[in-house]
Design a binder for this molecule. Sequence first.
Ligand code: HEC
Length: 89
Amino acid sequence: MMKRILISIAALGLLGLQGIAVAGDPAEMSETCIECHEIDEFEGMSAEEIAAATTEANANSKQMAKATADLSAEDLQAIIDYIAAEANK
Ligand code: HEC
């Protein structure tokens, strides 16, 4: 019984991920960030906090501005949501 419920939840999760994958896979896109950052760096931060810190870092660091320049706002948000979820697992 419990197992069946878990499988259903897993299936829903997969559907959700596929929905996002159409716009660009956040897990794949986040690898750009991981070239300079570690997921653990963002542990304890909410997606909102990471987004605010990203905006600030973009203004203060040329490297960061360059790293995010080619990303649409939607893609960047998807990456940040993904990183927040991974960092706080
Ligand atoms: C070329 C290297 C590089 C890449 C790629 C990069 N960053 Fe950064 N990032 C930096 C540097 C340099 C800083 C400013 C110094 C610092 O705080 O470590 C920074 C700072 C940040 C901060 C603020 C850290 C804090 O604790 O306040 C966040 C959040 C962040 N980056 C998110 C991202 C995300 C999301 C991506 C991917 C879209 C990304 N970075 C890609 C170099 C990079």
